[in-house]
Design a protein. Sequence first.
Length: 361
Amino acid sequence: MARVRAAVLPAVGSPLEVTEIDLPEPGPGQVRVKLAAAGVCHSDLSLTNGTMRVPVPAVLGHEGAGTVVSVGADVTHVAPGDGAVLNWAPSCGRCPACARGEVWLCGDALTGAGTVHARRADGGDLYPGLNVAAFAEETVVPSACVLPAPDGIPLTDAALLGCAVLTGYGAVHHSARVREGERVAVYGAGGVGLATLQAARIAGAAQVIAVDVSPAKESLARAAGATDFVLASDTTARDVRALTGGEGADVAVECVGRAVTIRTAWESTRRGGRTTVVGIGGKDQQVTFHALELFHWGRTLSGCVYGDTDPARDLPVIADHVRAGRLDLGLMVTDRIGLADIPEAFANMVAGKGGRALVVF
């Protein structure tokens, strides 16, 4: 048992507490990882406000990378001293979704979130948020949650591979299946949005339109590959159509998770266009359509979980793009912070400020 510092969510709606926790040694099939960095993702915010539900109290953080400290029995794919990227949604390989090859829809992916992970200093149980509890100096996770870190990529940068980059890259290449020469509109230029913009450029999109509520995001979006920038307003869909010769984008990727943004993204595509929804919204975010417009426009609207990715398959491909300079991980990080700064990073996220905040240990 070792004592480490972690950011704990005591209860839904409560502020995070940076405190010491007692972390057990890894048991059979488990791996202990010393974190180098952890990204602050909108999904962590969704856990604090109850949009997504997991057992609490919990150590949050699901996007991280670090160094393997020790392994339990039966762990063979990593060893102490290896770099590791944490995978918050491991596939079981047995459920119907996994049998179909849709590992991103694994029905047992979040089973670990209901297992006691560590203990408070007073002995109380703690759960691992979205499986990996990355907002801590160290964590112990099932071996299925550990991917070997790609060679040649600093671990602080590699942290982003565990969620934002896999999601944004997969949304473009697997869910929306962007083809060379297509016009793509990306709604939201936060961490996932910046990864999506870069992925659209890598896919060979002829035009990449970034849409955001903050004018300060324009330079960041253009650096990520946007050819055009639209400041979100009541005329956003019309503005996107105007930039595409009046027709509309071939593909829209929504990275916000709000009903109005989803509806606007759909409206900004051409007849027969495709909209992929990456953002996670609450049950109160109701999106409505009438039957005639669905028929007339012939557009497709689809959800997207974890970018429809298989991390074991896609991580090496993405790493090649990073090493070749086609995908810039450092570009996405606008704030490097400590554990105590996570609430401020959440507030900036709500206000639409910056890209990815990265907790650096």
